[in-house]
Design a protein around this ligand. Structure first.
Ligand code: PLP
Length: 381
């Protein structure tokens, strides 16, 4: 949808896009300066496969301080983004014929990464609150279930898993010898009373086989710098580092130096961006609550809302004569008629939903939400 919106823009149309999976901010100034200094100092060479020591130490310190996870620097692998950290870990650890449990709605790429490892992605629907339930996971489990992928805060629902969920799901995984891969890329973006907790900290025994994944993209607005991290037990670290040394040699050297600076000195910038997201979240939630019949879990983290448009399915748009049968249909309609771009829920295994990103300015959000509400209201039964 982002590409389609860009094409329409190139044709001269003014598109309001709520598709972004990335912050609309600059990275912390200290990161930009450290990158320029690294270039001036000639530090743009290959690094050790697992990353430079200073960065592995900075990540380990941050993990202890912010998540209570006691990984040492030599248990960290620096990768070219969290995405490739996840993919490499899956390729290294999941065998052909295994199955991996994915609580849904979930991020688009997990399913394909599991398939790439010639394993089976098993989608397990969460409750209306966006949280996984042990009974549903148990119903999907068999003796080839080797991994459970958790993502808190969650893209696309914004759910932040509470301690009870992490305890019950974590203990269940432990009991059945299932490895937990914990994607915590949005950890620093939580709002209101919500607190981020890592499943690997809540049930520490999971650290023996589990994998923590994080990165610089979301909380530090460094998406294009491609910087992600993985923390795990030494055998996993070795397997992923070996794979990385063959696939990528190492992560981007300049971005590694920038990330050390951001992790050591970028907290204020990070908090400023988080607070801005929180204000936007409040605005979007208030506006969406005023649409009668629209259901969505209130996002407590990340920067998305996943709205269920089921009550409008089967209705017809009087302007185009088109009947809306799915989130995909509504997203197309809204783009064509109102020049507002969203992502259809089908991308996250939630076909009756649409995802709105609030990584956009308040002006854009206000106008896009006016048009969104008006289009829903105009659909005829
Ligand atoms: N995990 C989730 C849930 C995401 O939403 C994204 C990006 O959209 C990533 C991982 C990938 O992040 P990175 O930019 O570090 O590869």
């Amino acid at each position: 949808m982002a590409a389609r919106a860009a094409r329409l823009r190139a044709e001269g149309k003014s598109i309001l896009s709520l598709t972004a999976g990335e912050p609309d901010f600059r990275p912390p100034a200290c990161a930009e300066e450290a990158a320029m200094q690294a270039i001036r100092d000639g530090r743009g060479r290959y690094t050790a496969a697992a990353g430079i020591v200073e960065l592995r130490e900075a990540v380990a310190d941050t993990l202890v301080r912010e998540a209570g996870l006691p990984y040492r620097a030599d248990q960290i692998v620096v990768c070219n983004g969290a995405k490739i950290a996840l993919a490499q870990a899956i390729l290294a650890l999941v065998e052909r014929g295994d199955n991996v449990l994915l609580p849904t709605p979930c991020w688009t790429s997990y399913e394909e990464m599991v398939r790439l490892a010639e394993a089976e992605p098993r989608l397990v629907a969460c409750g209306a609150d966006g949280l996984p339930r042990v009974e549903d996971l148990e119903a999907a489990r068999d003796d080839r279930t080797t991994m459970l992928l958790l993502n808190t805060p969650c893209n696309p629902t914004g759910a932040v898993y509470p301690e009870e969920t992490l305890v019950s799901v974590g203990r269940w995984a432990l009991e059945h010898g299932i490895r937990v891969m914990s994607d915590e890329i949005y950890a620093a973006l939580v709002y209101g009373e919500a607190r981020h907790l890592s499943p690997l900290a809540v049930v520490p025994e999971l650290q023996q086989t589990g994998i923590w994944v994080g990165g610089m993209s979301k909380a530090y607005a460094m998406t294009g710098w491609r910087m992600g991290f993985l923390a795990a037990a030494p055998d996993v670290v070795e397997a992923v580092s070996t794979m990385q040394s063959q696939l990528a040699s190492s992560a981007n050297a300049i971005s590694q130096h920038a990330s050390v600076a951001a992790l050591r000195g970028g907290d204020e910038d990070r908090e400023r961006m988080r607070a801005t997201f929180e204000a936007r979240r409040d605005l979007v939630v208030e506006r969406l609550h005023s649409i009668d019949g629209l259901r969505f879990p209130e996002p407590r983290g990340a920067f998305y809302v996943l709205a269920d448009i089921s009550p409008w399915l089967g209705r017809t748009d009087p302007d185009s004569g088109r009947t809306v049968e799915s989130g995909d249909d509504f997203v197309e309609l809204l783009l064509e008629q109102d020049l507002v771009a969203l992502v259809p829920g089908s991308a996250f295994a939630a076909p009756h939903c649409v995802r709105l990103s609030f990584a956009a300015s308040e002006d854009v959000l206000e106008t896009a939400l006016d048009r969104f509400a008006a289009r829903l209201a105009s659909l005829k039964a």
